[in-house]
Design a protein around this ligand. Structure first.
Ligand code: R5P
Length: 282
């Protein structure tokens, strides 16, 4: 068994290889003059672990090319960040169910698929090979423990992400709640913890994805107005699009913590051990 990776998941893939006590295959990536992707892999094994987050459309194409290059029925696919999972239904007529389209193409040429904290596990039904989702919520909790905060308050941005926040909070037995939006007027919205009070507390807002950072930045300003001492943001997938990191910092966030499902300077925890464990247990 060997590990192979897309261009933007090399660090995580190497960590997975180390955790599996195997090697990572060298790959040369380039493009044809018209922009088409090309790649050439080094020496392959009969059983390949293909690792790549769909951080952008180039990564999606590279994954498809890697699956074909590996060309074995024993290929196993690991997509730590599965983009397109938020478009999981037709919100308006004429729209695609994007994750279904992506799941169809990923279900060929691999024997199974592993994802990490996919936006909604329901979408796993769209893969036609066995698909498993694993969580790094407890690893985020373990990192928060090392921050040595005094009784932090763990908040999810909405009730949909509360179960995730509860998994994080369970590591330290911390208080957990979700933010609730109240419309004060046509233009004014208030966000506050539904049941608990943020006054005088270290608050950590946790979510599966931070994309534009808009939700968390808005909530942060309001939490400081409600007397929070300090506010942090933690997520699994640091998508951080369009200046999100700077937006969060400008809102007064003390620090952003993410995993390496998307490799960022703020990737403070690794999903590698969880992936290796999921691949070696059934
Ligand atoms: C949405 O359902 C996700 O769980 C995140 O809450 C969302 O993607 C965050 O988006 P943004 O960072 O753009 O506010």
């Amino acid at each position: 068994m060997k590990v192979i990776s897309t261009e933007k998941s090399q660090v995580l893939a190497t960590r997975v290889a180390h955790a599996l006590k195997t090697t990572i295959v060298d790959v040369n990536y380039s493009r044809f003059p018209d922009g088409e992707h090309y790649l050439r892999a080094g020496e392959l094994d009969d059983e390949m672990i293909i690792v790549g987050s769909v951080v952008d459309n180039d990564a999606l194409v590279q994954l498809l090319l890697l699956i074909d290059a590996c060309d074995s029925s024993k290929n196993r696919l690991v997509v730590p960040y599965m983009a397109y999972a938020r478009q999981d239904k037709r919100f308006h007529p004429g729209e695609p169910i994007s994750i279904r389209a992506v799941a169809h193409v990923f279900s060929h040429g691999v024997s199974d698929i592993t994802t990490i904290n996919i936006h909604d596990k329901e979408v796993l039904k769209y893969f036609s090979v066995p698909a498993k989702d694993i969580s790094v919520a407890r690893d985020l909790g373990a990192y928060i423990k090392t921050m040595d905060l005094d009784k932090p308050l763990i908040l999810s941005p909405d009730d949909g992400a509360l179960a995730f926040a509860e998994q994080v909070a369970s590591v330290g037995g911390w208080d957990v709640d979700h933010l609730e939006k109240t419309r004060l007027s046509g233009v004014e919205v208030k966000m506050a913890p539904k049941q608990l009070c943020a006054r005088g507390r270290s608050v950590i807002i946790v979510d599966d994805i931070i994309s534009t950072g808009g939700t968390i930045a808005t909530a942060t300003g309001m939490l400081y107005n409600q007397g929070a001492d300090e506010v942090y943001a933690a997520c699994v997938h640091g998508v951080l699009t369009g200046g999100a990191y700077a937006r969060l910092m400008a809102s007064g966030i003390r620090d952003v913590i993410s995993s390496d499902t998307i490799e960022r300077a703020c990737s403070k925890i690794s999903a590698a051990d969880r992936i290796a464990h999921a691949l070696t247990t059934h």
